[in-house]
Design a protein around this ligand. Structure first.
Ligand code: HEC
Ligand code: HEC
Ligand code: HEC
Ligand code: HEC
Length: 230
């Protein structure tokens, strides 16, 4: 009674497996890139997209927000750098280099820190310290934050308790810790994530309904990638 699988069934089984492995939502890399290049309304500036044009213009006009680079953050947040090598955001620029798109303006906004924003990434020659999506790629430019915490600098990093950041007079929510997308403003950080992880580039969040929140929660610890490991 043993029957051989008919070739037609075998082929359609094969196709079914393939389409399960690669659902239409996860387009092949090259196709996504071509779509991005053709997009009449591309995302060139994720920070502006997350804050809205009005909020962004107001923040930039204040002159308070400049990118300072990871070397500054490391002075006080050393523990965030221990696990940072595991964070794919560190290597987003290398991704472009690997396929020769590292000077394409359509790609740099989401693959570097602050491209298109004054004081942000300009080119590998001018701003080598801002390649990849660094701390400030998610939290926004850090100059005001560093200024607020200048007196907290310690050779021991964040190991010892420190006072909470002071709320500035006038109490605007967005500048509590000096960040445009600080931990005190999860709504804006989420908008940061989603302004880069658009429909086209949000593959990792589509797997389960809670995938986005799960990915977001990873960043609450200093070691993204080590789930819940503080
Ligand atoms: C709107 C933001 C955004 C823009 C613009 C963008 N990318 Fe990406 N890119 C992402 C995100 C987010 C990921 C990771 C998530 C994913 O793969 O869905 C990614 C992943 C990648 C990867 C990883 C490999 C892969 O295909 O999964 C490559 C390569 C890449 N992008 C190349 C490019 C190139 C080339 C351009 C310019 C034509 C570009 N990207 C423009 C956000 C962007
Ligand atoms: C991919 C985006 C992303 C990157 C890159 C990133 N962060 Fe965060 N960070 C987050 C999110 C999301 C939170 C959690 C906000 C919340 O509490 O909801 C967070 C929270 C924090 C906190 C507060 C943690 C606490 O215990 O309250 C600190 C400090 C921090 N990040 C520092 C850094 C430093 C330093 C870097 C660079 C080494 C960095 N972050 C890179 C997204 C990011
Ligand atoms: C001079 C020391 C210092 C430097 C430099 C510094 N921070 Fe902080 N940071 C602090 C202190 C102190 C806190 C408050 C911790 C607390 O409230 O528990 C803090 C809190 C944070 C938070 C959580 C609160 C919030 O406002 O979101 C984030 C995120 C953060 N830092 C990211 C960064 C990033 C990114 C950089 C680099 C641009 C950086 N820090 C540079 C001292 C510093
Ligand atoms: C400035 C743009 C940008 C922002 C903001 C950003 N990402 Fe990403 N993210 C990327 C790019 C580009 C990659 C591709 C890295 C690679 O594959 O080399 C990526 C990769 C990832 C990955 C792993 C790749 C995958 O497909 O599984 C996760 C998870 C992720 N991001 C989550 C987040 C979360 C959560 C936030 C917000 C807290 C965030 N990202 C903010 C650009 C961004």
């Amino acid at each position: 009674m043993k029957k051989k699988l008919s070739p037609i069934i075998a082929v359609s089984l094969f196709l079914a497996v393939i389409s399960l492995l690669f659902p239409p939502s996860s387009m092949a890399g090259e196709e996504r890139i071509q779509q991005e290049l053709r997009d009449p309304n591309p995302t060139l500036n994720p920070l502006q997209k997350a804050l809205g044009k009005k909020g962004y213009d107001r923040a930039m006009a204040s002159g308070k927000y400049r990118y300072v680079g990871n070397t500054k953050c490391r002075l006080c947040h050393r523990e965030f750098f221990v696990g940072r090598k595991k964070d794919p955001h560190v290597y987003t620029y290398e991704r472009l280099v690997a396929i020769g798109y590292e000077t394409n303006k359509r790609c740099l906004g989401c693959h570097t820190t602050g491209f298109g924003v004054p004081t942000g990434y300009e080119s590998f020659e001018k701003t080598p310290k801002l390649v990849g999506v660094q701390c400030e790629g998610c939290h926004g430019p850090g100059s005001e934050h560093v200024r607020l915490h200048r007196d907290d600098a310690s050779p021991f990093g964040m190991g010892i308790p420190r006072p909470r950041p002071q709320k500035p007079k006038g109490g605007k929510k967005e500048i509590k810790g000096g960040f445009l997308a600080g931990a005190d403003n999860p709504r804006i950080i989420k908008r940061m994530c989603l302004s880069c992880h658009t429909k086209r580039w949000g593959r990792s969040f589509k797997r389960t309904p809670h995938a986005f929140q799960a990915a977001y929660d990873l960043y609450k610890t200093p070691l993204p990638g080590d789930e819940g490991d503080q």
